[in-house]
Design a protein around this ligand. Structure first.
Ligand SMILES: Nc1nc2c(c(=O)[nH]1)N[C@H]1C(S)=C(S)[C@@H](COP(=O)(O)O)O[C@H]1N2
Ligand SMILES: [Mo]
Length: 266
């Protein structure tokens, strides 16, 4: 490969296709080709400046295509799993959850609070009337299973903007109704994931209200993160400056309990 052919490569902007869904595989393919060619140049000891250019290109492309702003792959309806299994809590029996479930969650509220100028207390109806996003994504659980589902709900960013998130806020904590093995489930993310376009407060799975096993009536979808980050049975969204004083201080139920990574990016 000659130097000229490197310069002829497209610039660092993302592919013009609106289908972001293939970005990761496109990148993998492009960089395999490109780096394969360039390591040959390096072996021949004749192309060190080209190799530097290649590395820069690769870094820039990686940031653009697979950086933390990149979208998780989205699938088609035909890919949706016939059954989306439940994991962890699948039928909470603590507190007033059973009564809420019996009333079809008519009085459920979602609080948005903490480091915000205008705390919110939202009904399910309030949440359904916000602008909605629907996304078909694959859920990956560390226990070794995956499922594809279509999720609908407002972007978390819409709620945070409405509540007037303060600058001191560094993390968003998700509070859940279920108590699992004696501890309340909770999770947290940084602002990159909180404002990611595919981070939504989902109230529907495959076009129907969430089943109880999958987190009724509200659960997080945080598509660039592993399954345990996707808090179910969501009761409150807390904006905080530090995670240190919350439960075990590690930012989540499994992080506190079993040393799971707080940053579970995929
Ligand atoms: N409140 C709450 N959220 C939770 C859990 C839980 O037990 N309680 N389990 C987590 C794990 S480990 C996974 S893999 C997913 C499972 O989601 P599902 O039950 O819809 O399959 O929810 C996550 N969110
Ligand atoms: Mo999981």
């Amino acid at each position: 490969m000659t130097r000229a052919s490197h310069q002829d490569r497209p610039d660092h902007s993302p592919p013009s296709t609106p289908q972001h869904m293939h970005r990761r595989s496109v990148l993998a393919g492009m960089s395999a080709l490109f780096l394969g060619a360039c390591s040959k140049i390096a072996d021949s000891n004749a192309g060190s400046s080209v190799l530097t250019a290649a590395q820069k290109w690769h870094q820039a492309a990686h940031r653009t295509l697979t950086g933390r702003h990149a979208l998780a792959k989205e699938y088609n309806r035909a890919d949706v799993s016939p059954f989306f299994r439940g994991n962890g809590s699948t039928d909470p029996q603590n507190g007033n959850y059973p009564a809420q479930a019996a009333a079809n969650f008519a009085d459920w509220r979602l609080e948005v609070r903490g480091l915000v100028d205008k705390p919110l207390s939202l009904s399910l109806d309030n949440i359904r009337r916000l602008p909605q996003r629907t996304q078909i994504t694959r859920h990956d659980c560390v226990e070794g299973w995956s499922a594809i589902g279509e999720w609908t709900g407002p972007q978390l960013s819409v709620l945070l903007d409405a509540a007037g998130l303060r600058e001191e806020a560094k993390y968003i904590v998700f509070r859940c109704a279920d108590n699992l093995n004696g501890q309340d489930y909770y999770e947290s993310v940084d602002m990159m994931d909180a404002f990611h376009p595919q981070t939504i407060v989902a109230h529907a799975l495959n076009g129907d209200p969430l089943p109880i096993r999958n987190g009724a009536p509200l659960r997080m979808r945080i598509e660039r993160q592993l399954g345990y980050k996707h808090a179910k049975y969501l009761t409150a969204i807390d904006a905080v400056a530090s995670l240190d004083d919350i439960a075990g201080g590690k930012g989540g139920y499994w992080e506190d309990r079993a040393g799971y990574q707080w940053y579970a990016g995929i």
